[in-house]
Design a protein around this ligand. Sequence first.
Ligand code: NAP
Length: 557
Amino acid sequence: MTAVRSPSPQPAASGAEPTRVDVVIVGGGFGGMYAVYKFRELGMSLQAFEAGGDLGGVWYWNRYPGARVDLPSIDYSYSFSREIEQEWTWSEQFAAQPELLRYIDFVATRLDLRRHYRFNTRINQAVWDEARQLWQVTTESGEVYEAPYCIMATGPLSVPKKPEIDGLERFQGRLLHAARWPHEPVDFTGKRVGVIGTGSTGIQIVQEVGRQAGELFVFQRTPSFTMPMRNVPLEPAYMAEVKRHYAGIREVARNSPIGGARPQSTRAFFTVTPAQRQELLEDAWKHGGLAMLGTFGDLMINEEANEHVAEFVRGKIDDVVQDPDTARRLKPQGYPIFARRPCLDTGYYETFNLPNVHLMDCLTDPIVEATEKGLRTASGETELDILILATGYDGLTGALLAFDVQGRDGQTVQDKWKDGPRSHLGIMLAGFPNLFMTTGPNGPAALANIIRMSENDVDWIAQAILHLRANGLGSIEPSIDTEDRWMDLVHALAKPSLINKAKTWWVGANVEGKPRGLTQFVGGFMKYREHCAAAAANGYAGHVLQPAREQVREKAA
Ligand code: NAP
């Protein structure tokens, strides 16, 4: 779900009576869908909103060629329904976008979720009414909804970042953004195509479009490390086995650092001999997926160990790419491996051996502007029929900051987060009673399985709301002290992490003017769950709980 920034606070009411529900949910991705199901099952009235034309979140918008999940499909799926687990069968280890959208459709249809949504509807504003203990939520067209509880399931990667390239409006060819891809197939045959960006998205596009386009020009600023995905079809016998063991698979995932069943060694890099290290890395490379990340326990805190692994991957680029100059330019330098999101590919480096694929090194020859005919770099103009922007997102905070959210005393989220996002658990904000986020910015959002996390966060929110209702309470929010202690922990854990050493959306460095810093919980998903459980213990000690005002109790009755 994306929303637009309101230029100035709008009047909340548009003339018509506000529609009253128990819960407002913003977003139709995995988090929003599960929230709708959960609160409906709890017997609450609700209204959900989605800016897109249907459910699916990033998988609704990102239909670019090659779009594919980089966690195993078996992990990247809901665990809350045994029926869905048993009735749905994944066809590939890493599902492609069309299959993910089919899964989302299957879940939505099976659970009858769509009737709770208003699609093509953006939220402009959400304002807390302290006297009435409810959120007043206004759509772009001025309709007003009121609810005691408001859930922002707006996603960590839903607002495409401005590409910061002059003259894009002048370009007379076809301009496409990976995050707003058309629903109809795009024909690249015989076309001169440019791709800007070589993060996870750009890599997936390049390896696909390189085989189709007449000429492909890859405008690369920072090279990424990418490793073989080694995707395979999932055989019926294997899927049957998975279905028999889903409960155990989920248990492992919930108790793992990334929320997925992946081996993670605790061995330190320098505790084994160079020959053993090489063997372990070769095995992981052959295994594919994120196996490399799990080979040693200290890769994100030991710079020397990290550099050995980085050099191993650089060696693999030399093995594949035939032109030594292209190989050199494709090799990431100057930041630790895994400090940017590790990418998984299927023949990405091989693509650069095709005669029609050209690497444009924007570190030595930067993009100056878009022109009517294509892109101008310092050394000259490249004419293009199609230009694809794979330039990333205003991640983690962009969605909530895109509209006007006012908590107690008119405090805005923009104001609260002017020096970077602050929250408790990435779920609640001091000063914003009964406002909840799923996969928010101070949790492990970018570093763990978003579906496991969404389920965890929605369950936590539901438990908190049930606590309020069972105890005659009207609102909950973390105390400032609780929020401060959480942020201290987040910062303390982040400090030694090598993630800080790369300029990425993880640290806010990809968007001009954005506060910089690693504000994600890097302690692992299982530890995050422990903190969530501890926060709910002892009647939500550490939170400010206000008694319900009379009229709220009457309405809820
Ligand atoms: P990204 O990782 O932020 O990469 C954006 C790319 O665009 C970078 O290479 C960046 O270069 C380049 N760029 C941006 N502005 C530019 C400019 N003005 N000139 C030249 N280059 C420019 O974004 P992403 O690839 O969309 O990935 C974002 C996240 O989405 C990933 O980290 C991942 O979490 C998720 N994702 C997941 C999958 C999957 O599951 N398989 C697929 C796609 C995305 P610089 O680095 O130099 O700024």
